[in-house]
Design a protein around this ligand. Structure first.
Ligand code: FMN
Length: 182
């Protein structure tokens, strides 16, 4: 059983993070979830906690802290961190070392392998700024899952579609197995 830290950002594919959390949880893993403020516009912490069976975290400075220093406590024992879906905004902040919320602070504090599954409009995904930020993260050993080509939330077809949760879970398992974590 692995300790998985799943970060969810504010994109149209955020609802698919619920399926991903469910798949990982049903595989026997312990799944802690962090939602960005924008992610909470698309899904609720309750949706994720109801499939993970664990509380969801949204705030760097919670009013009633259940963890002393959340971004450190959540990364202390994580075997892998997954950000799915990852927005262009998250990718930019991660590439440039910003830590202005719980998810980006946890990303910087995480010493385990990281898997990022981006999802965005095709024009956003092909924007040179996004491409450069992805290259920075790849050069630092971050693994990417997708995006794939297909129908997008905005109604167009092209690259930028969120990879299917089952395929992201499969890459996650492969990454865990390569480190001897079942
Ligand atoms: C309806 C709607 C859908 C959006 N979908 C995406 C998306 O799929 N990918 C993306 O990168 N940004 C998307 N955005 C923009 C992000 O929500 C915005 O950049 C936000 O600041 C992301 O914050 P976060 O990265 O902290 O979650 C969308 C915005 C709206 C209003």
């Amino acid at each position: 059983m692995a300790e998985i830290l799943l970060g969810v950002t504010g994109g149209a594919a955020a609802f698919k993070a619920v399926s991903l959390a469910s798949l990982l949880s049903k595989s026997g893993h312990s799944v802690n979830c962090i939602l960005t403020k924008a992610a909470c516009e698309f899904i609720t912490p309750t949706q994720l906690s109801s499939v993970s069976g664990k509380p969801c975290y949204t705030d760097l400075f919670p009013l009633q802290p259940s963890l002393s220093i959340p971004h450190i406590a959540l990364t202390d024992n994580a075997d892998i961190m997954i950000i799915a879906p990852a927005t262009a905004h998250f990718i930019a902040r991660a590439a440039h070392g910003l830590a202005d919320d719980l998810l980006t602070s946890a990303f910087l504090a995480c010493s385990s392998p990281v898997l990022i599954a981006p999802a965005m409009n095709t024009r956003m995904w092909s924007n040179p700024a996004v491409k450069a930020n992805v290259e920075i993260l790849i050069s630092r050993g971050i693994r990417f899952a997708g995006p794939v080509s297909g129908m997008l939330a905005c109604g167009t077809t092209g690259s930028g579609r969120f990879m299917e949760p089952v395929d992201i879970a499969s890459i996650c398992h492969e990454m865990l197995e390569s480190r001897g974590v079942q």
